[in-house]
Design a protein around this ligand. Structure first.
Ligand SMILES: *Cc1c(COP(=O)(O)O)cnc(C)c1O
Length: 386
């Protein structure tokens, strides 16, 4: 697709991203950092973020699917990559070929992997996944020991780690989190799991920020690393801030009289003579139509309401009596002047997980990546309090 001079774009601030990683690593001390970058690195761009994370010296990357691991390997990323998702038999060849760490989540899957290894005459790196309460994937703690014995007995397996995943870690002082930690401890304290060095890991962002006892040897905090965990209120990780913005430029300006309907279905009617600007981005780019008549954008450092339905490629904004010109920057997500539209604000308005907001924006929008300080626009470091 041709992106030249497209009027709307996603901005990725790699300076802030690198800062986030360094803040997190400093807080972690000797604990390893694994960055899950599934779903196009939470919308930030898989290869861009994979390379930046490798350059920043993090220990591990994780993805949900084989295909994401292959993209990273083809982008010359050489650090360990763990595929978190449960695998399918026809993927094992490629998992081995691309030197991806495989999640072993059942005895059935372990045998499939062993069979392919034998056929190919190759070894593979695996992490044993234990389900301590998420009920998604992973072997139950009761069967984990026998699976571990199997992995140890077969010489094709390099057992690298044992991990689990927290279901409710964004809640503070939560009983299920403590129960998951207890079940994991009980398992890994067994001599079978202490015999040789293994990387034990469990913490997502919630665990990393709220439950240091879930850190073990490595943590996997994505929302935190991308700077938007819990609206970015995390006392111990000061300086972490979002690095994802969505911007556009006003494409049209008109004055509309009182009592006029705006857009499809005339779902909004002007209450006085006002200035209406058109912004050339819509639900076809992933900006959700549920923000029709509800969302706000920033123009010249001020908030203005979206009026009427968001169309596939554009929407309208009421700027009242203020000045706004064709070509002016419009911020849909991110900072402008002293104002900010946060990922959490959008998530609340459309009743979604903040991660989902980032996944909405699609590849119709070019990603402009800023990797040095020459960038003169708004950055997180010019934000209030960051
Ligand atoms: C996505 C994912 C993470 C990261 O979750 P955040 O809450 O965004 O930090 C960690 N571990 C696993 C297994 C995941 O699937």
């Amino acid at each position: 697709m041709e992106y030249a001079n497209h009027p709307s774009w996603i901005e990725i601030n790699l300076v802030q991203f690198a800062k986030n990683l360094s803040v997190v690593r400093k807080e972690l001390g000797p604990v390893r950092l694994c960055l899950p970058i599934k779903a196009n690195a939470y919308g930030h761009g898989l290869e861009t973020i994979g390379k930046a994370a490798q350059m920043a010296g993090i220990d591990y990357l994780a993805v949900a699917h084989l295909q994401e691991g292959i993209i990273l390997r083809r982008a010359d990323i050489s650090i360990p990559i763990l595929v978190l998702g449960a695998i399918h038999e026809d993927q094992v060849d490629d998992l081995i070929h691309f030197q991806l760490d495989i999640s072993i989540s059942s005895c059935f899957k372990a045998e499939k992997v062993r069979n392919v290894c034998k056929q190919l005459g190759k070894r593979c790196r695996v992490h044993l996944e234990v389900d301590t309460g998420m009920q998604r994937t992973g072997v139950r703690p009761e069967t984990a020991a026998s699976l571990m014995e199997y992995l140890n007995a077969e010489d094709c397996f390099d057992v690298i780690g044992v991990y689990s995943h927290l279901a409710t870690s964004e809640k503070e002082n939560n009983a299920l989190v403590y129960e998951q930690i207890r079940a994991f401890n009980e398992l890994i304290e067994q001599p079978l799991f202490q015999r040789r060095p293994l990387i034990f890991h469990m913490a997502n962002s919630g665990g990393t920020v709220l439950y240091p006892e879930s850190w073990y040897d490595m943590v996997r905090p994505s929302a935190l690393a991308f700077g938007f965990f819990k609206g970015n209120v995390c006392a111990h990780f000061e300086g972490v801030a979002p690095c994802f913005s969505v911007k556009s430029r006003i494409s049209y300006f008109k004055v509309v009289k009182e009592g006029m309907g705006i857009g499809y279905g005339h779902t909004y009617t002007t209450t006085k003579t006002t200035r209406i600007v058109t912004v050339p981005i819509g639900y076809g780019d992933g900006y959700p139509s549920r923000l029709s008549n509800r969302g706000e954008v920033l123009i010249r450092g001020k908030r203005y309401p979206i009026v009427g339905m968001i169309c596939m490629d554009q929407f309208m904004v009421d700027v009242g009596q203020d000045d706004a010109y064709v070509g002016d920057e419009v911020v849909l997500l991110g900072c402008q002047g002293d104002e900010e539209i946060t990922i959490h604000e959008l998530a609340e308005k459309i009743d979604a997980n903040p991660r989902e907001v980032l996944c909405l924006f699609n590849n119709r929008l070019p990603r402009k990546v800023y990797a040095n300080y020459e960038y003169s626009g708004e950055t997180a470091s010019t934000r209030k309090g960051a």
